[in-house]
Ligand binder design. Sequence first.
Ligand code: FMN
Ligand code: SF4
Ligand code: SF4
Length: 270
Amino acid sequence: MNIKRVCVLYFSPTGGTEKIAHLVAENLSEKLNIECTFFDITQPKNRYNEYHFSEDDLVVMASPVYAGRLPNKLVPEYKAKIWGEGTPAVPICVFGNRSPDESLRELMILMEDNGFSIVGAAAFAGRHAFSDQIGAKRPDENDLDEIAAFTSKVVQKLTDNRKMFLKIDHSELGAYYTPLKEDGTPAKFLKARPYTDADRCIHCGLCVEKCPLESIDINTMETVGLCIKCQACVRCCPTHAKYFDDTDFLSHVAMLEKNYKRRAKNIMII
Ligand SMILES: Cc1cc2nc3c(=O)[nH]c(=O)nc-3n(C[C@H](O)[C@H](O)[C@H](O)COP(=O)(O)O)c2cc1C
Ligand code: SF4
Ligand code: SF4
């Protein structure tokens, strides 16, 4: 293998996936002593064009986990826009301390179908977009050590040049995770969207700029299009004007805060 650059692509509405994607890619580029190129596909304008990679690239692709799978509204774009040509790749999923469930296998299959050869894959825990109490302070020192060990093994495989690629299980993927309320019954918040406190909003337009689906009206600051509950608008608002008041959504967040404070383990396949 003659890898000439490390390329990292990520979709990251609230920055957790971006942070881990950078750590993995920078570790790899340092160890391989080659340049690292970043492609942030969070904003729609960066998802208009296709991305094509060659066999001289090493591609790290990172996605957040939504309902135990890849974000379903993004999957068609991942499938249509990101192409390899026997390109070695490292799929990374970032989950909010509950579980990555089937997301990592979904990303491995998607990338293999699109012309990539999977060297190693990992799901790392990060802060949950819904609450600062879940996955707080991840990635921590332990995670940094695990990322360093994982990337060393990837580099070792690339330099050894043997038994390089993983054999991916292509069997049918499990269902999306059903979010639960505090009482253990399903939380139904598909139609929930954030509202704007008019007394707090200073019309800075940041939420409009950050929404990965361009769903926020620039005049009213209200969500008028599809909402994937990513929390980008809530977290970027400088005056905390954005809020969700959907009772099922809030009950799900309370359930997560009650049951998922323990430190979830990372998953590394190499
Ligand atoms: C709609 C939605 C669904 C999520 N579902 C899960 C899940 O099933 N398991 C989990 O551990 N974390 C889940 N999370 C948490 C995210 O995977 C985690 O916060 C991730 O770091 C968000 O990425 P970002 O910071 O790059 O936006 C979910 C977050 C959102 C917004
Ligand atoms: S409106 Fe919905 S999709 Fe857009 S940033 Fe806010 S939470 Fe995300
Ligand atoms: S980010 Fe907050 S303050 Fe700025 S326009 Fe949006 S809601 Fe208003």
